[in-house]
Design a protein around this ligand. Structure first.
Ligand code: UT7
Length: 329
């Protein structure tokens, strides 16, 4: 592809459940402490959906905000990509449910399953459509309700995850702004480091599968931690080379909000100073694919992103999957 088209983000939005679950609430549910959770993860509270709220509830609210800010009508969208591991239903895709609620009649819609790396994967896929000139207005969404898959008797996972959605509207730009470089990578050898075994074709829902808690998240957190830091640093160095820039050129680093210690270790190894990292994990917890677009929207609303700035996204999640992207604003 020889054109200069780049995928540029022209509007963002996010939506969170009203209900908040604090560390002291969790102290009453499992054997844990506010001090342990803050020290090991940086999390103080997370938003949790009510039973009558779904992944699409927050995805549609985030998407509508992003469309309004972009000045794009839902009816003008060519494509909707919803990155989620928490679909409303097994079938059809949550993207189709979102399309219907937005009234985006012209758009093709599909879900993308890449767990916490979902937003960077979706951005990278959207960029292919933009560069090949096959779509001009694309909505990408990261939306998760991991609370539905959390075992609130398992202290190793229930303190980590929260619910929410973030969205971005993407259009082609030829002025040098937009996606400068992105890399997405996976290694399925580590599939069982973070997984939900039940509910698919391997362990369909049965009384036995539910009794065995197969529909809950299982995580080898400590093992993941080490791979996460290593892979996030390696892939970041690849995108620096691709875009011919260095860590010193980054104005704002928005890492996936998995754990404050992971974000700090990655930034430290890359040589990016604390004041250039954005984090909201204390208030929002780990919202998987939603974490980067929620954080990006907060940064934009807070005036932390200026024209010409270089933003960096980096993530790691179940699969395992990881990726990094550089965007000139
Ligand atoms: O979203 C992307 C994918 N996910 C990740 O990248 C997660 C990466 N991993 C992590 O964030 C961290 O590994 C965790 C926060 C999940 C855990 O922190 P850790 O420092 O790796 O703790 P650990 O798993 O090594 O456990 C240390 C101790 C254990 O007790 P013993 O065996 O030393 O007696 C755990 O049983 O902490 C215990 N523990 C807890 N204690 C109080 C585990 N969870 C809790 C808890 N409260 N909630």
């Amino acid at each position: 592809m020889t054109n200069n088209l780049r995928a540029a983000i022209i509007g963002t939005g996010h939506s969170l459940p009203e209900k908040i679950l604090t560390n002291s609430d969790l102290e009453r549910i499992v054997e844990t402490s506010d001090e342990w959770i803050i020290t090991r993860t940086g999390i103080k509270e997370r938003h949790i959906a009510r039973a009558d709220e779904f992944t699409s509830t927050f995805a549609v609210a985030a998407a509508q905000q992003a469309l309004d800010r972009a000045g794009v009508k839902a009816s003008e969208l060519d494509l909707i990509i919803c990155a989620t591991v928490c679909p409303d239903m097994a079938l059809p895709s949550t993207a189709c449910l979102i399309q219907s609620q937005l009234g985006a009649k012209r758009a093709a819609a599909f879900d993308l399953v890449a767990a916490c790396s979902g937003f960077i994967y979706a951005l990278t896929v959207a960029d292919q459509f933009i560069r090949s000139n096959t779509a001009k207005r694309i909505l990408i969404i990261g939306a998760e309700l991991l609370s539905r898959y959390v075992d609130y008797t398992d202290r190793a996972t229930c303190v980590i995850f929260g619910d929410g959605a973030g969205a971005a509207v993407i259009v082609p730009k030829e002025d040098g702004s937009g996606l400068l470089a992105s890399r997405i990578q996976s290694d399925g050898d580590y599939a069982e480091y973070l997984y939900i075994p039940g509910g698919g074709t391997r362990h369909p829902a049965t009384y036995e599968s539910v009794d065995s808690k197969l529909h809950y998240i299982k995580m080898k957190g400590n093992e993941l931690f080490k791979i996460a830091v290593r892979n996030m640093c390696e892939v970041s160095n690849l995108v620096f080379d691709d875009a011919k820039i260095t860590a010193g050129d980054i104005n704002l680093l928005i890492p996936h909000q998995a754990n404050q210690r992971i974000a700090d270790a990655v930034a430290d190894r890359l040589g990016i100073p604390q004041e250039k990292i954005y984090g909201n994990i204390a208030r929002i917890g780990n919202t998987s694919s939603a974490s980067i677009p929620i954080a990006l929207d907060e940064c934009i609303k807070a005036g932390r992103v200026k024209s010409g700035d270089i933003l960096m996204f980096v993530s790691f999640g179940a699969g395992v999957t990881w990726g990094s992207a550089l965007v000139r604003w």
